[in-house]
Design a protein around this ligand. Structure first.
Ligand code: GCB
Length: 599
């Protein structure tokens, strides 16, 4: 999937701005009609709709909502083909243009586009999007729709997320129109290796002649291959090798570009560029290697989350967060629990941040208890959930979107599924295989597992290249007893190592809820002292175990969750507050991580 950039042959028109918005009633149908005289309110796009207006009914609305706007199209825009692209609509979208349904898309964190060359007209066009935010046993993330009645009251519909973050929704990331010539470049895949060799593959919508150039970080041409003929399959690949290549790493994230120019039978050109790096990721002897050097992952599980904006696209927080990661000495983060915006990945490429790119597959556990909402009743998850097909779709879309990013070093297929239950291996084996098959770089793959999935009960450990474990000893159990927590942690890590002696292990999550400004000289639960001590004790355990290859603290910043009695104004495990002020733990990590080298 090619990111919509303006090039010599392509125009991009921003459709962000204020759209008309209304919540829809349950059972209400939209069939493409113009809703004149209807009460719409202004809604910024992109954004999460939830916190823009006042009221619980508004914020917690379950079901459909309608976004509309007029789109003006000029004659020039219709010289070739025109596409309408949404970077993400959470969780499902049905798109209408001039009263005609263009199609729908399921999955709230990945892009989709419709060709509108025929459906659009010069002048004014009516665009409408029906957005649905329900999470249930068929969606990713997963949730549950429940109907409740109270004496004398009308039935209420609640959507319980199977996950610990607020279900922000709406048209969350940018919307645009982009043009292409009649025959156009559909996809560019590119991979650079440590020895300077590179491999590219181009997908074209028809036939033509192709010119490929590689541009150095300064923009100079370092490789060219031309008059390459693209036949009926529309697919062409090639390889080459550069001398004195500059590698992409965390200190010097050198970015090269591949430029593809296609000329079709009528002499029309299409031109696109994609950034990439020369770098390799390997796993050997329980360690993760970047360009042949062991790399220890220091960082966080994050969220796209900030006050008012919720999970809506926000470049200000994206750049700020990268700056804070650098300040604290982190080198990586996980895009928990869904693929982040394309712009965030571009920033990580540019700034040398390593990413664990996670599919939106969270809540795959029918006994989910982190927020106490499902009561922890063990059910047969893999016979109950109906997510397998959709899971394949999101993995495919994620790898297609993110495959060229040098920052992505590991794929996460899911977070905390019921990996201890019968059926887990059968569910995940084909998904892990799919990712390996789709990724031209064959990056390592993981499934992030939780405490209930022990070294003795986990059914998916052997499927993973890296064991990524989320552990809350000293918080959800053994609370307050950090000595006991450390002993349990170490014992469990050793048992995992015995089971998988060749696999690196990393902590995908560990942390403690902490109220900023709450202090206690005895380091009691919820105090800043406890959080700092908790992280220190965990760090001491990791330092003694050579196969521990990384530590990702949960969480980078405080974030919003659904309302429940385990959360006071959201999840407070942030090392930074929600508005990005450091807690004591941030200063501790800054000391630990800056210059840290695992022996
Ligand atoms: C977890 C989840 C994460 C939660 C966290 C917590 O294991 O993966 O989504 O927010 O625990 O704070 O409970």
């Amino acid at each position: 999937m090619i990111y919509p950039n303006i090039t010599e042959s392509r125009m991009v028109f921003d459709l962000n701005g204020i759209w008309d918005f209304c919540l829809m009633e349950e059972g209400e149908v939209y069939a493409g009609e113009k809703r004149e005289g209807f009460t719409f309110c202004p809604m910024p796009v992109p954004s999460a709709f939830n916190e823009i207006y006042h009221g619980r009914d508004f914020a917690d609305h379950v079901g459909n909502m309608l976004y509309t706007r007029t789109v003006l199209v000029t004659e020039e825009m219709l010289n070739g083909r025109l596409f309408l692209r949404f970077a993400s609509v959470t969780h499902q979208a049905q798109v209408w243009l001039n009263g005609v349904c263009l199609g729908s898309h399921k999955g709230g964190f990945l892009p989709f586009a419709f060709e509108i060359t025929q459906a659009v007209r010069v002048g004014k066009n009516d665009l409408a999007v029906v957005v649905n935010n329900i999470v249930d046993h068929t969606t990713l993330p997963a949730g549950r729709l429940v109907r409740q009645t109270f004496p004398g009251l009308k039935e209420e519909v609640h959507n319980l997320p199977n996950f610990d973050f607020y279900n922000y929704s709406g048209i969350m990331r940018p919307v645009c129109l982009y043009t292409t010539p009649d025959t156009f470049l559909e996809d560019i895949s590119v991979q650079g290796k440590m020895d300077g060799s590179f491999f590219w593959k181009i997908q074209v919508s028809g036939m033509g002649s192709l010119k490929i150039r590689i541009l150095s970080p300064e923009g100079g041409e370092v490789y060219v291959s031309e008059n390459l003929s693209v036949g009926e399959s529309g697919c062409l690949w090639g390889e080459g090798r550069l001398e004195h290549v500059r590698l992409w790493d965390t200190k010097h994230p050198w970015l090269y570009q591949i430029e593809a120019v296609l000329v079709d039978g009528n002499g029309k050109r299409d031109c696109c560029r994609e950034s990439f790096g020369f770098r390799e990721v390997h796993i050997r002897d329980c360690r993760l290697y970047l360009n042949g050097e062991p790399v220890y992952l220091k960082g966080f599980g994050k969220h796209e989350d900030s006050p008012v904006r919720g999970r809506g696209f926000d470049l200000v927080y994206a750049v700020k967060d990268i700056a804070l990661l650098k300040w604290i000495g982190a080198n990586s983060f996980r895009t928990s629990h869904y693929p982040y915006s394309e712009e965030m990945l571009q920033l990580c490429d540019r700034e040398g941040i390593l990413l664990i790119d996670e599919a939106p597959a969270v809540g795959l556990h029918t006994a989910f208890t982190a927020t106490g909402m499902l009561g922890g009743k063990a059910e047969n998850t893999w016979a109950t959930l109906k997510t397998a097909k959709h899971h394949r779709q999101v993995l495919q879309e994620m790898v297609e979107r993110d495959k060229n990013h040098p920052s992505v070093i590991l794929w996460s297929v899911a977070n905390e599924p019921a990996s201890e239950e019968e059926g887990a291996r059968e569910y995940f084996a084909p998904l892990v295989e799919l990712v390996k098959e789709l990724d031209p770089q064959k990056r390592p793959v993981t499934i992030v597992t939780y405490e209930g999935s022990s070294p003795e009960s986990c059914k998916v450990a052997e499927l993973c290249d890296v064991l990524m474990l989320n552990r809350y000893r000293g918080w959800y159990d053994t609370e307050g007893n950090l000595k006991g927590a450390a002993a349990l942690l170490k014992d469990e890590l050793e048992r995992f190592h015995l089971r998988c002696p060749d696999k690196p292990i990393m902590l995908g999550e560990y942390g403690a809820d902490t109220i900023a400004g709450f202090h206690d000289s005895n380091a009691r639960l919820f105090s800043e002292e406890y959080q700092a001590e908790f992280l220190k004790v965990y760090g001491e355990v990791f330092d003694t175990l050579p196969y521990v290859t990384g530590e990702h603290v949960w969480n980078f910043a405080d974030f919003a969750t659904a309302e429940n009695i385990r959360r006071v104004d959201g999840n407070k495990k942030g090392v930074f507050t929600r508005d990005r002020k450091p807690k004591m733990a941030a200063h501790f990590l800054r000391k630990r991580w800056n210059g840290y080298k695992k022996g």
